[in-house]
Design a protein around this ligand. Sequence first.
Ligand code: FCB
Length: 470
Amino acid sequence: MSANPTEPLLAPAQDPERIARMFPAEFVWGVATSAFQIEGSVAGDGRGPSIWDTFCARPGTILDGSDGREACSHLTRWESDLDLLVALGVGHYRFSISWSRVQPNGHGPWNDTGIAFYDRLVDGLLARGIKPHVTLYHWDLPEALQQRGGWQSRETVADFVGYARRMGALLGDRAATITTHNEPWVVATLGHREGIFAPGLRDRRVAAQVSHHLLLSHGEALTALRADGVRSQLGIVLNQAPVHSATALMEDRAKAQLEDGELVRWYMDPLLKGAYPADVLEHLGADAPQVLPGDLERIRVPLDFLGINYYTRNIAIAQGAYDPSSSGLELTDMGWEVYPTGLTELLTRLQRDYRLPPIYITENGAAYPDQCIDGVVHDDARVRYLASHIEAVAQARQAGVDVLGYFAWSLLDNFEWAHGYTKRFGIVHVDYRTQARTPKSSAVWYRALQKATRERSAGVVLRVLDREPS
Ligand code: FCB
């Protein structure tokens, strides 16, 4: 037994000191959350409704019939949540701003109470020695903009730039990084093609147009923030994965090639090469987005960093559905394969195919059916998941990929979109009845990893000083 009941029982593979030795002193360790998933208080203080409020209210959209009304009550508990970050030794915090909290209709008047919240949150982080990493858009479009066509409409691009500039003026001298969009593939594909996320549309042509407007709004916002003199590093976050073919059959391999185009190249190519991939354009045919002259130049603006969210690999199959349990790999509570080498594979492939800016792993983590028993949550499977993926990052770095940091998803168990509260991704357990927070073994382990990195760097300095001539 370990001395502390929440300390995980570690195999050598998860030894934090061994893993810390793979990273330089300045490597960024953080945790991530997003506004709609944790804040609650959706109706108070002048916040306008977002498309996720509307979507949750539609019967059958959310697995447990829940919504974001309470979530983790972070809006009222933010100070103790920041204290929790300190207790967990976390130096970097990635969170998102709820657009409709700061600008209820997505254009027009600002909501001072909402703006004051993020102002205080950022000051609260800095006062605790924690670096803020701000995401402007983590999927919660103001409902008023959706009424006007949402991301399908080019007007929303201009609205987003206005919102970005206001947030840049507010936080651009205090936030370490500002991300325009989180996972535009999810917004376009799950929100507008498959209809399983807000706003719940099922239209391939609309989805393609939405993806183009998201990218355009990213490029235009970045240019505007730079012109405004914002000091934060600026970038975008993409969800990516290697796409493997289920079999060696030609038809499955062709499907894998297309899915790689839709997931990886559709976003990476315009951002870094200034063009959409020809094979995906051909596949879309008449459903390809309307791209106006100059749009591609506006999208391809230099990135200070690229954020990558990685959870598992994708398997492509031409006919029917792939059954993840057939691989024999361990599965998480989402039914996703635990596949750490996919992260090294992805990063080294991106390095080969693109001229990459510095990379942050902005999300990585796993859901498990954790239970809090007598105030203790043993989540050793999550420790194994995190350790193996962090080691996969170290391997990519060794292969020459410039990865600057890693953010665990997530600080807290939270509202997991269409899965409601049924999936727990946190390194801290949340009891939704009482809102009690209980750090899991993984949080204790992550703290040890960060401490070991810091102490290691102190050791390096001492060794250098030892060698100074007297
Ligand atoms: C990512 C989302 C994040 C969370 C994780 C599990 O796609 O960015 O909000 O839901 O998945």
